[in-house]
Design a protein around this ligand. Structure first.
Ligand code: IMP
Length: 463
């Protein structure tokens, strides 16, 4: 009997794709590729603060909640319990996908009944909290933090709740508003007290979605278990990234979910035995939106979200990287802060992410940056509090000291055609850049992005 159990033990089939820095690394590209023959694609954390562009029959659409795997007609897409769902956003995405001709969207999209909802008062609270903070986080204002906070307070409203009777649902909304009003009363922002009437309009809006969503709401454990038990291929499309994780990241300049590998498991109704591989996605240079430490950041002219284009006379490298990499937020349109690749940060992410492979996107863009400047750089250590250190300092937001990066320099830039599919066909200094990442981080680079499209990717099968 015992032997039989061992023999029947299903092999792990889940590929987890997570961000290795501060988000916007191009996770959608590798996730879409991995999802081409996937049976189940899961979105596990975050909400409409994330976003990536997908292409269907030459048409582009920015998705914030529906997993990108929806473009593969055989794939079931699942929004797991760790996601906070904004039904207005999700509904619009479904309609857009249907208008584009993506088949059977409603049949193939499933949502965990345990996923919590983002409601209008969460967005107002997001704005208000930012106003009340000494140093705002620079959130996306999508209501993400307050929605997770309600989950912790046990006043959150879940997908399952929209199936309740009107009066029951209204009582839940009323309860949440009551709790929030206690807090609001003690601030000077009295005008923002939530009005009693809101419970009616919010409840009516939620109930208007029952017809559209009731068949999509599922018992997530049961759904995922069926795929795991049958050895089906699963891909988890991570959202946000290592240093935005609320535990591992640069607290308080973080998002409100656990967006590292363990968070992707909980949010996706998986456990560690389901994991086949973890792919950590990065860019050949780094970027960040919102506030917080960014040791390898390069000087740029961004003031009040105003963008200044790269001016060779001023020579702000941050502007050059942003221009060449088109680094503007997919969700908010904000210009991103930019800087050099930071191997210290990636080395330090091993505990949180458990990477099997790295995917390095924008190698072509870094080549162009190098051609402008005559060199590219990679940070291999920091000078911090009088020492040379090789790990990201854990107390970075306590000391207030920004580490000074120590760089290795590679001369020149490179031209990489988006058609290149073999590592050996890359220019020598581009190959050296990738090998340097492997040496400095100890993690193999299996995937290399060489252009904007999903197929513009080198896959090193021998890695
Ligand atoms: P929130 O997730 O909207 O609460 O924002 C918290 C921090 O995470 C802010 O600095 C945001 O800019 C950042 N953030 C949230 N989602 C993303 C993302 O998908 N990409 C990059 N940064 C993000």
């Amino acid at each position: 009997m015992v032997n039989e159990t061992v023999v029947n033990k299903p092999k792990p089939t889940a590929t987890i794709v997570v961000g290795g820095a501060w988000g916007d690394e191009g996770k959608g590209k590798i996730a879409s590729r991995a999802a081409q023959d996937a049976d189940l694609v899961i979105r596990a954390t975050g909400g409409a603060n994330a976003g990536h562009t997908i292409v269907w029959n030459g048409k582009k659409i920015a998705l914030h909640l529906v997993p990108g795997g929806i473009v593969n007609p055989q794939t079931i897409c699942f929004i797991g319990q760790g996601v906070v769902v904004d039904l207005d956003v999700l509904y619009k995405e479904i309609i857009q996908l249907e208008d584009m001709g993506v088949p059977n969207v409603r049949e193939r999209l499933k949502i965990s009944g345990r996923a919590h909802l983002v409601l209008p008062y969460h967005k107002e609270l997001d704005e208000l909290y930012e106003k009340l903070k000494n140093t705002p986080v620079g959130t996306t204002k999508k209501g993400i933090g307050p929605a997770y906070e309600d989950k912790d307070k046990r006043i959150g409203i879940r997908m399952y709740d929209i199936l309740r009777e009107y009066d029951e649902l209204k009582m839940l909304v009323e309860q949440a508003l009551r709790v929030h009003n206690i807090l609001l009363r003690s601030t000077s922002e009295k005008e923002s007290l939530f009005k009693a009437l809101w419970k009616e309009t919010i409840t009516i809006n939620l109930m208007s979605y029952v017809h559209d969503f009731e068949t999509m709401i599922v018992d997530g454990d049961h759904l995922v278990e069926k795929f795991c038990a049958n050895g089906k291929k699963i891909v988890v499309e991570g959202a946000q990234a290592y240093r935005l994780d609320k535990d591992f990241g640069d607290y308080p300049d973080v998002t409100s979910s656990n967006c590292v590998t363990a968070g992707a498991l909980i949010g996706g109704h998986l456990n560690h035995k389901d994991v086949k591989e973890v792919i950590v996605v990065l860019k050949a240079y780094f970027s960040r939106v919102g506030n917080g430490v960014f040791p390898t950041e390069q000087q740029a002219h961004i003031e009040n979200d105003e963008v200044y284009y790269y001016d060779p006379r001023e020579g702000f490298i941050g502007d050059l990287i942003r221009d060449l990499g088109h680094e503007y937020g997919a969700t908010t349109g904000r210009p991103r802060r930019t800087g050099w690749f930071d191997a210290v940060l990636v080395r330090s992410s091993k505990r949180a992410l458990g990477a099997d492979y790295l995917c390095i996107n924008h190698l072509d863009t870094l080549g162009k940056i190098g051609k402008h400047l005559g060199y590219v750089k990679m940070c291999y250590a920091y000078q911090y509090q009088g020492d040379i250190i090789e790990r990201f300092p854990d107390d970075i937001n306590i000391t207030g000291e920004v580490p000074t990066p120590l760089y290795r320099t590679i001369k020149g830039g490179w031209d990489v055609s988006s058609d290149v599919r073999e590592f050996e066909e890359l220019p020598e200094n581009a190959q050296e850049f990738i090998k340097m990442i492997e040496r400095e981080t100890g993690i193999p680079v299996k995937y290399i992005g060489v252009g904007p499209d999903n197929d513009d990717l080198i896959v090193r099968e021998d890695v």
